[in-house]
Write a protein that binds this ligand. Structure first.
Ligand code: ZN
Length: 133
């Protein structure tokens, strides 16, 4: 069972299996991208879905075939959309640094930025976890 899971993960998965890698604010745009990709590249795979320096990173493969330009454009549009979407709640956001020395960078809206900066909220396994201080 575990071996099979590892093999599938190694070969890549589809977006819904990787949603937990990023915050819930980005899930709707990724679910939309998944639907679009399945039309443009049936059976597509992703080898990477992650958040890096506040931005969405996603790498799509189409097995032995190359990924069509139209599909790459869909991915690029989602990355652009994520750059203006709060990763916590999905509201309009922008890249911001935690209000701490050496703080992390995330794409956040203003209310989430305030909560995130004081460690009230964080993203764990694709969900927002809220802590009471
Ligand atoms: Zn937010």
């Amino acid at each position: 069972m575990e071996d099979q899971g590892n093999r599938i993960a190694g070969a890549g998965a589809q977006i819904p299996e990787r949603l937990r890698a990023v915050g819930p604010g980005w899930h709707p745009l990724l679910e939309r991208l998944h639907a679009q990709l399945n039309v443009a590249v049936p059976g597509y795979r992703v080898t990477d879905v992650s958040e890096k320096l506040g931005g969405l990173r996603i790498h799509v493969t189409a097995g032995a075939q190359s990924v069509p330009d139209a599909a790459m454009a869909l991915v690029a549009a989602s990355v652009t959309e994520a750059a203006a979407t709060c990763e916590f709640c999905g509201a309009v956001g922008q890249r911001a640094r935690k209000d701490l020395p050496g703080g992390w960078i995330k794409t956040v809206c203003e209310p989430c930025h305030a909560d995130w900066s004081v460690h009230k909220i964080l993203i764990v396994s694709g969900a927002v976890r809220r802590r009471s201080l």
